[in-house]
Write a protein that binds this ligand. Structure first.
Ligand code: CP
Length: 319
């Protein structure tokens, strides 16, 4: 297939074929990361600006590294040292960056819809690196890339997403991605953070942790998004950990082949115990490594790159 999108704004509007195209492209870029010279000329002469108005470690650094490995010129916009602090608007900031010949803007913003807004007012390409509690498309892409890498397929894979679903952009993007790719998704957590209305997205909702873990091939843990909650959604972190935290004992009751994922940053001792995070069944750092290849693929495709021949073992048609 050909990739015809100038922006990556969400997962909701992508087809299963488009998701597969990103995964197959990322697989070729993962190989680049294993070479002695980890650089290709695909974005030579292009200017990429990382416009992160919210904090980030993994996403910002891996987008920067991805753009550098594709030979782009990369600028990291620092909110603290910018005219944002003098009240300049997002639109004016972005227009000024475009006036400096930015070809591609990667934006993280606390407001849902900020990347979509920029895509309407700019000629440059826009990539959503997380907008409020709406979507985090490249996190979902690196998550499903890691799942496909570990299990060989996404079709009929049982995935449990556990924790703060309500405020999580990661959960929304991942639900869209997994259901499009034919996986079965179970959501679990306190009822205040996992509303039944998420069933409308094609998921199963349960408040029984044992039930949620019993048949899972993959358990994806989410942290409590304190920064997005306007009131307390459960009595205490201790109670949350007791009822919904994954301890080594709970891990030992899961299927022996089940793997543990977490998008980071982790709250050790709350949603995940250190022994679980650092166990052989945790693929949390593989997710980070794969994020680089996935973000290279996204930047490459948006810049007009071609999708490689479908990987026969993984193509949507073979599933
Ligand atoms: N998973 C994730 O988005 O992490 P950062 O906030 O560190 O980018």
């Amino acid at each position: 297939m050909t990739w015809n999108r100038r922006h990556l704004l969400d997962i909701q509007s992508l087809s299963a074929d488009e998701l597969t195209a990103v995964l197959d492209t990322a697989e070729t870029f993962k190989g680049v990361g294993q070479r002695e010279i980890k650089k290709v000329p695909a974005l030579r002469g292009r200017t990429v600006i990382n416009l992160f108005i919210e904090p980030s470690t993994r996403t910002r650094i891996s987008f920067e590294l991805a753009a550098k490995r594709l030979s782009a010129d990369v600028i990291n916009f620092s909110t603290e040292a910018s005219s944002f602090r003098k009240g300049e608007t997002l639109k004016d900031t972005a227009k000024n960056l475009e006036a400096l010949n930015a070809d591609l803007l990667i934006i993280r913003h606390r407001s849902a819809g900020a990347p979509h807004f920029l895509s309407r007012v700019l000629d440059a390409s826009v990539v959503n690196a997380g907008d409020g509690a709406h979507e985090h498309p490249t996190q979902a892409l690196l998550d499903i890339f890691t799942m496909r890498e570990k299990l060989g397929t996404l079709k009929d894979v049982q995935v449990t997403i556990l924790g703060d679903i309500l405020f999580s952009r990661v959960a929304r993007s991942l639900i869209w991605a997994l259901t499009k790719m034919g996986a079965s998704v179970t959501l679990c957590g306190p009822p205040t953070l996992v509303p039944k209305r998420f069933e409308a997205l094609g998921c199963r909702v349960t408040y029984d942790l044992e039930d949620a873990l019993a048949n899972a091939d993959i358990v994806n843990l989410l942290r409590i998004q304190h920064e997005r909650q306007r009131r307390t959604m459960f009595p205490s972190l201790t109670e949350y950990s007791k009822l919904f935290g994954v301890s080594i004992d709970r891990l030992n009751h899961m299927k022996p082949s089940a793997i543990i994922m977490h998008p980071g940053p982790m709250n050790r001792g709350v949603e995940i115990d250190t022994e679980v995070a650092e166990s052989e069944r945790s693929v949390i750092l593989d997710q980070v490594t794969n994020g680089l290849a996935v973000r290279m693929a996204v930047l490459y495709l948006i810049n007009g790159g071609t999708v490689p021949e479908a990987h026969s073992a993984h193509s949507t048609k073979s599933e």
